[in-house]
Write a protein that binds this ligand. Structure first.
Ligand code: SF4
Length: 180
């Protein structure tokens, strides 16, 4: 068995990694997952998503690196201080992933964020390319939004926790505001 090409996959949660891990593996990548998401508020919600991801990674035999820090103040300052909150949020997470990949000697990185039809892909691409340029690791971008429904189905079948909002406390509020 020839080893695949090593790739560090930024993972935000269990449901999103299902199809993304499968597709990258099919492409021949040897995937290690990386959880760095200080944008998930509050703490209990972060714990819940991380637990779901950890269980799935363990069941599937996916190596998982977890950033144990939870710099909430720093993250809130970043989001509040940015004219474009989501771009700053993507950059923070993808830069951390590229830096981690570089430190681990892994030559490429990607993210599970591109499975969600609710995210702006062009901002994710820009953040990934900037992180690539800064840390000298290849950014693997794939549009996985056509697989979103399948990820919903797979995660439901597996009885996974599915989060009702993107992550930050602002997105938690906005889901209610949108419904009104
Ligand atoms: S809505 Fe999502 S992507 Fe945008 S800042 Fe909040 S957590 Fe980050």
């Amino acid at each position: 068995v020839t080893a695949g090409k090593p790739l560090l996959l930024h993972a935000c949660c269990g449901p999103c990694i299902t199809v993304v891990h499968r597709e990258l593996t099919r492409e021949g990548f040897d995937v290690t997952a990386y959880f760095y998401n200080p944008n998930i508020h509050p703490w209990k919600e972060r714990e819940r998503r991380l637990e779901t991801l950890t269980r799935y990674a363990s069941d599937m035999g996916i190596p998982l690196e977890v950033d144990g820090e939870y710099p909430l103040e720093e993250n809130l300052r970043l989001l509040l201080g940015s004219a474009d909150r989501c771009s700053a949020c993507f950059s923070d997470r993808l830069e951390a992933t590229a830096r981690m990949a570089s430190g681990m000697g892994i030559g490429s990185f990607s993210t599970t964020l591109t499975v969600s039809p609710y995210q702006d892909l062009s901002r994710i691409i820009r953040a990934g390319e900037n992180a690539r340029d800064k840390w000298g690791v290849e950014f693997i971008f794939r549009d996985y939004t056509p697989l979103y429904r399948e990820s919903v189905r797979l995660s439901r079948e597996a009885g996974m926790y599915r989060q009702p909002y993107c992550g930050c406390i602002f997105s938690e509020r906005d889901r209610y505001l949108r419904r009104r």
